[in-house]
Structure formats: C-alpha cells, structure tokens
Design a protein around this ligand. Structure first.
Ligand SMILES: Cc1cc2nc3c(=O)[nH]c(=O)nc-3n(C[C@H](O)[C@H](O)[C@H](O)COP(=O)(O)OP(=O)(O)OC[C@H]3O[C@@H](n4cnc5c(N)ncnc54)[C@H](O)[C@@H]3O)c2cc1C
Length: 278
C-alpha cells in the first residue's frame, strides 16, 4: 500500500468535495489501520477525523455515535443501556483502539470485524451523507460489503444505537486464540421478554460464517416462545443447521459449526437473563 498525498479538510463539505473530485484516486481515511491489509498504490488519503464527526450523545432512548468516534471512546463511555463497551474492550490492542474508528470498522468489512455483528443484533441505524442524508437499517447496510452503498464523496456520518431498556437484554461473545487476536467466531444477541414470552429476538454471527449476518431461521424458531421452557440447545441446532460455517486458524468447518452453536447458546442465555432482570 502506498499513499501519494494527504488532504486534511476542516469540514464535511470540504472533505466530500475533495473525495468527489478525486474519484477512484482518493479514499476517506479514518484511523488508517485497515491500510495494512489492503493492496493499492498511488492514492490520495482524505483525513476525515477533524470534521466534527466524533463523540457519543444520548438522545431519549438512543445513543447517537459520530462516525469517527474511536474504539477507545466506545470502550470508555458509560450510560444506562450502553453495551458497545463490551465489544470494544475485546477488539484489538489498546494502540489500535486509540486510533481505529467505528466507521472504519463497519464501512469496509473484514470477516473478523466485531462491530457489524453487534450493530446487527442491536438494529442500529446508519446515516450516510450523500446528495441527501440516507438512512439504512443495519440489516440492509450489512447485506453485503457496505462500501457498495457509497459513491465518491459519500461519508458515513453517524450511527444510532438503541439503549437496552428494562425487559431487554444483550449478549456478546468473541472467540479468539489470544485476547488481541482476530475473531474466529463473534456472536451477538438482543432479546426482549414480555409476559414470559420472547417478543423480539435478533441473533447475529460473524467471522465463523464469512461476512456477518443475522441468523433469521433461528430467530423465527425463537420468536414468541415461553422463555422458561426454552430448549436452547435443540432450537439453536435446528435454527443454525443451514449456516455456512467456516473454520479458521486450523479449525475444520464442522468444528466451527459446533463452536458457533455453543457460543450462540451462551450468548442467548446471557441476553435472556438480562431481559428477565436476573
Ligand atoms: C493487527 C490488527 C488486528 C485487528 N483485529 C481486529 C479485530 O479482531 N476485530 C475488529 O473488529 N477489528 C480489528 N482490527 C481493526 C480492523 O481490521 C480495521 O483495521 C479497522 O476497523 C479500520 O478502522 P479505521 O478507523 O482505522 O479505518 P480506516 O482504515 O481509516 O478505513 C477503513 C475503510 O473504511 C472507509 N471509511 C472509514 N470511515 C468512513 C466514513 N466515515 N465514511 C465512508 N468511508 C469510511 C475507508 O475509506 C476505508 O475503506 C485490527 C486491526 C489491526 C491492524
């Protein structure tokens, strides 16, 4: 990877104009940590970290997160119903968390990226500044490589994440060989319990199935079930039977499938416990 030149714009308008003009010869640079994994030469980097797109604000029951908020900020922030610290603390090393941003983690996804999995489970809303401001629900945004949605000059500006409320729960687990290692399996779940029944459920899986996605067949099996009589092991086996499990770091695909099922059961158990107020 070789960068030919840097542009350091002072506001969103200037950054978008520079990126539009550069077209394929330019790219938005947030933390810049992914350049390590990409092959290209002769491009101009447009720094997007000074455009006022950082910070976390709670508005009602929603956390509004600026796109270039760093993983360190996500890890250190505290607020009622905030759960992304659980994701950030298990992502990379502190040096990388200090410079790597939320938008860099979710606009161009590598299979090991952790935040798309959590944002799918939390049903986040993503804001892209294009000609207008376009809004995407996480499921649509992550249906393929999100970069497909961006034209030259378009920038992700904000991510809205609902706070976890009473009667709701969030579970998260990332399996890696060592703490700062790449994920072999990442699972996140959101559950809402009402009158003893599972009213809303979202389960997302990453790393062990390629690009992250929702386990919708499993969600359908779980929806409306009475939480106290759930046989999670059986339902998870049935609901994930058709997922394309992919082994990493020496694991066979079969081993990955078994690991995935065990983690999904654990993560769902954690989400349900929180939703039940245990
Ligand atoms: C050794 C190492 C290990 C890692 N391990 C993990 C891991 O286990 N789990 C994990 O989740 N991550 C991990 N990461 C981080 C991950 O791989 C990416 O490097 C990181 O998420 C990129 O964030 P960034 O802010 O540096 O983005 P950049 O590298 O600056 O940008 C990434 C891409 O997103 C685009 N982009 C960024 N922001 C915007 C925006 N606002 N609008 C439009 N486009 C934008 C850029 O143009 C670029 O294409 C690791 C990184 C390293 C170096």
């Amino acid at each position: 990877m070789k960068i030919d030149a840097f542009i350091i714009p002072e506001d969103l308008h200037e950054a978008r104009a520079a990126l539009k003009k550069l077209g394929a010869k330019g790219f938005a640079m947030a933390g810049g940590t992914s350049l390590h994994f990409l092959e290209f030469t002769g491009k101009t980097a447009v720094d997007i970290t000074r455009l006022g797109l950082s910070g976390i604000k709670k508005s009602g029951a929603t956390f509004k997160i600026g796109a270039t908020t760093t993983l360190d900020e996500l890890m250190s922030y505290r607020g009622e119903g905030w759960v992304l610290d659980q994701v950030a603390v298990n992502t990379c090393t502190q040096q990388i968390r200090n410079i790597s941003t939320l938008s860099g983690n979710i606009v161009r996804i590598f299979p090991w990226n952790d935040f798309p999995v959590a944002l799918l489970a939390l049903n986040a809303t993503l804001h892209i500044q294009s000609k207008d401001e376009d809004e995407y629900e996480a499921e649509e945004f992550f249906k393929g490589q999100p970069l497909r949605l961006f034209k030259p000059g378009d920038l992700l500006t904000r991510v809205d994440v609902p706070a976890i409320k009473k009667g709701q729960g969030f579970g998260y687990h990332k399996e890696a060989r060592v703490h700062a290692g790449f994920s072999m399996m990442t699972v996140a779940a959101f559950a809402e319990v009402k009158n003893g029944k599972l009213k809303k459920i979202r389960v997302a899986i990453g790393a062990g199935i390629g690009l992250p996605s929702r386990a919708t067949a499993l969600e359908e099996l779980l929806e409306d079930q009475a939480v106290d009589t759930l046989d999670l092991t059986e339902l998870v086996a049935k609901g994930t039977a058709k997922l394309p499990w992919k082994g990493k770091e020496g694991m066979s695909n079969e081993y990955a499938g078994h690991l995935g099922r065990v983690i999904v059961v654990d993560v769902l158990t954690a989400a349900l416990r929180q939703a039940k107020g245990e």
